[in-house]
Design a protein around this ligand. Structure first.
Ligand code: ADP
Length: 333
């Protein structure tokens, strides 16, 4: 039987996942779990690279697992784990990958520069190592497809380069991963500043009530609502991205017409959009509730996920160690 394609993706636990994470990463995960051999992880080792609270980390990890399950990741179709369950395996491969990759390539990454600017007092080696560990997270499972947002594409390029270089140097067969794209690959912030991000305002999280969604939308910047041409960027364009994603292309086209003829009434647009977002999130919240009430089920799911992942990770590491001359026996996958 032909081996199913392997898929990996992870979400950090710095804050509750927002609808950007949902549309850019989780939607892709949901699509792929029906077809492929999927491993999805809360990547908590990536959470500690920026300032965080150790007292609340376990609770935050649990929230992300619950959001995964609420979003519809089905433990009968995919494997779920927390990255630190396999800390040794992921970190070991990251170390080997780091040994063959130039410092200058990481220094040039826009994501590294951004994080340095966000946390100027916390520019530590862990932050620098983030793309290396992310490459290891993917390469250790030989994942071919990675459902992630556009912001992560430079990291995937790093992972591909590492795989190529490593294979050329040691004769391993690490797989070069590709991004699996969804329509919401780059969801803007509702506060109007760049992409929606856990470290900024203007986010809607998966458990927000209709009232909470309305409050965030109420603060979203708007313009006059009319003009000769619908603007390609700015507040109107931002809101239209959400209309497209939650109400569809036709509704967005109607608003764009309205903009040129008579004008958009943003109060009404926001009320309708809030309902549409809530309609998408309500089933997520209902599924989530089941797992909130059954923590023992969640434990079992994570244990199964980690056991499954360990089997694959151990095989990759054995081969890598063998080819690197770090163990007596060279094995093949
Ligand atoms: P954040 O970037 O919000 O701090 P993570 O780093 O945990 O969160 O990202 C988890 C996943 O969500 C990644 O695949 C990332 O590419 C995706 N993602 C993050 N923000 C967005 C966004 N605004 N639009 C689309 N996808 C996003």
């Amino acid at each position: 039987m032909e081996q199913k394609k392997r898929v990996f993706s992870g979400v950090r636990a710095n804050a509750r996942p927002h609808i950007g994470n949902y549309l850019g990463a989780m939607k892709g995960m949901l699509e792929l779990q029906d077809k492929y051999d999927c491993i999805f992880s809360v990547v908590d080792l990536h959470t500690v690279i920026v300032p965080y609270d150790p007292q609340t980390l376990q609770a935050q990890i649990r929230e992300v697992v619950l959001d995964f399950l609420g979003a519809g990741l089905d433990p009968h179709k995919c494997h779920l784990l927390v990255q630190s369950q396999l800390a040794g395996e992921h970190l070991e491969l990251a170390y080997y990958l780091g040994c063959i990759y130039p410092v200058s390539r990481i220094e040039d990454l826009p994501t590294y520069k951004e994080k340095k600017a966000t946390y100027p007092d916390y520019i530590n080696i862990g932050l620098f190592y983030y793309p290396v560990l992310m490459a290891a997270d993917i390469l250790i499972y030989n994942a071919e497809l990675v459902p992630i947002g556009i912001d992560n594409e430079p990291h995937l390029e790093v992972a591909r380069e590492m795989a190529r270089k490593f294979n050329a140097m040691y004769g391993t067969k690490l797989v070069e991963p590709q991004r699996y794209a969804t329509p919401g690959g780059s969801v803007p912030s509702l506060s109007g500043e760049g992409k929606m991000s856990k470290s900024k305002g203007g986010t809607i999280i998966l458990t927000d009530s209709l009232a909470e969604i309305k409050t965030v939308l109420a603060k979203a910047p708007t313009d006059s609502g009319h003009g000769e041409k619908f603007p390609a960027e700015g507040p109107a364009a931002n809101l239209m991205t959400f209309v497209e994603l939650f109400e569809g292309h036709d509704r967005a086209m109607q608003y764009k017409e309205q903009y040129k003829n008579g004008g958009i009434r943003y109060g009404e647009l926001k009320a309708e959009l809030a309902e549409a977002i809530y309609k998408e999130l309500r089933p997520v919240q209902e599924r989530r509730k089941h797992y909130e009430e059954h923590p023992e089920e969640v434990e079992d799911i994570l244990k199964e996920g980690a056991d499954y992942a360990r089997g694959i990770a151990d095989k990759t590491l054995k081969e890598v160690r063998g080819k690197m001359g770090l163990s007596k026996h060279e094995t093949t996958n």
